[in-house]
Design a protein around this ligand. Structure first.
Ligand code: ACO
Length: 385
């Protein structure tokens, strides 16, 4: 039964929860019909062009832009929180080198709880400090896991560097160029927050039981991993790698569509027009592709976009944030299986921010299911089945 029905009196089935509003939030606004995304009222494109990941974390957690002093002291706190306890570094080294990085991220987000004496302190102040630690440490843990699996020495984060700078420095064992760091920082900004998407919602269900922030973030990582959500950026790159040449793009995509396959990096539950995060990423992907000699990859991506527009644009299927992230990350020299972990570290402020916000007026999340099975079934003895 749906609310549109005249005899509607209560709960109804809404598969995928598309029309369910779970709670209020002041963190971000999305208009899927107009292609608008704002963090605390500020247009995402403006933030991408002018802000930093650190400033966006402050904005999302405090609902205002910091002044210069506030930003300096917030950045200092974030940098101080980057230090990784020795035991946690040992846990990175204990992971099998051939495990998938997303499995490693899930374990390492969870493992941070063992090294936080405030883990079970649910006060808003302690939660904010934990939010800071999770956001500061997770990138260095991901980059160090990558070093571990490649047999390289682990590197401690440098508290004078930005989140983006630290991640790239640890990953590559050398400082990134300014342009590379800025480009990567913009990717972090674009992925930092997006309302009650599947992973954020999952983390909120966990925190609504009055569990802890580490458990909530771990739930979120597990949910982000799927190819219908954060795993799509990796799937896009795999698809691009599968297409032998530019002339093969059209037959490849058309064959996939004819087989009713989904083209990864297209479509969105909320956006029925161009994903506003993809607008900036497309421009950036084109620039960085040129700078790094990957023009062909960009041209192939653009061709896929054009074919998809003709084939399914009328259904409201357009590139989402994952589509041009794939080209961008590839051009930044990042390994394919790090694409989704990067999404996870970038979305951390969104996850923990929503959990803290929800706790201000917490209510246990407990939806119902519509039972459609039989009733009054006799219990048959095992010898008679
Ligand atoms: N390729 C081809 N057709 C598609 C795609 C796609 N990527 N996405 C949706 N469609 C079609 C469906 O086949 C369906 O067609 P029909 O009405 O003729 O049957 C129609 O569009 C509606 O699809 P739904 O599944 O109802 O749309 P929904 O809102 O549930 O799906 C989703 C959203 C899951 C993101 C979907 O578009 C998809 O699977 N995309 C590919 C995976 C992807 O890129 N995920 C990342 C999303 S962004 C993020 O999480 C950060």
């Amino acid at each position: 039964m749906s609310p549109a029905s005249e005899s509607f009196t209560g709960p109804f089935v809404d598969k995928g929860l598309a029309n369910v509003v779970v709670a209020d939030s002041v963190m971000s606004f999305i208009d899927g019909e107009k292609g608008v995304l704002e963090y605390v009222g500020i247009d995402i494109d403006t933030l991408a062009r002018n802000s930093t990941f650190e400033e966006c974390c402050f904005l999302l957690w405090n609902q205002c832009l910091p002044n210069a002093d506030e930003l300096a002291s917030f950045t200092k706190e974030l940098q101080a929180a980057m230090a990784i306890p020795d035991g946690l570094m040992d846990m990175v080294k204990a992971l099998p080198a051939d495990t998938s990085p997303m499995h490693a991220v899930r374990t390492l987000v969870s493992a941070q709880a063992h090294f936080d004496t405030e883990c079970d302190d649910g006060s808003p102040e302690a939660n904010l400090r934990k939010a800071l630690r999770l956001t500061a440490r997770t990138p260095s843990l991901i980059a160090n896991f990558d070093r571990h699996r490649k047999g390289l020495e682990l590197i401690a984060p440098d508290p004078s560097k930005t989140v983006a700078g630290n991640f790239l420095s640890i990953l590559n064992g050398k400082a990134p160029t300014e342009a590379m760091e800025r480009g990567f920082d913009i990717c972090l900004i674009l992925h930092a927050e997006h309302g009650f998407n599947a992973s954020t919602f999952a983390s909120m269900a966990t925190i609504s039981t009055l569990s802890d922030l580490y458990s909530a973030a771990t739930t979120a990582v597990g949910t982000l991993k799927g190819p219908l959500h954060g795993g799509a950026n990796e799937a896009v790159m795999k698809m691009l790698n599968e297409i032998p040449g530019e002339e093969d793009v059209e037959p490849f995509i058309k064959a996939r569509l004819a087989a009713k396959d989904r083209i990864m990096g297209f479509g969105h539950r909320v956006y029925k027009v161009y994903d506003p995060r993809a607008t900036y990423l497309k421009t950036y992907a084109e620039d960085i592709a040129k700078d790094t000699g990957n023009d062909r990859l960009f041209r192939m991506s653009k061709k896929i976009e054009d074919i998809m527009f003709e084939a399914v644009g009328a259904k409201g299927i357009h590139p989402n944030v994952d589509f041009y992230s794939a080209t961008t990350y590839h051009c930044l020299g990042l390994d394919l299986d790090l694409f989704t972990p990067i999404f996870a570290m970038a979305r951390m402020p969104g996850w923990v921010g929503h959990c803290i916000e929800y706790l201000q007026d917490n209510k246990l999340m407990r939806p119902r299911c519509e039972y459609v099975g039989p009733h009054g079934v006799p219990y048959t003895d095992i010898s008679d089945r």
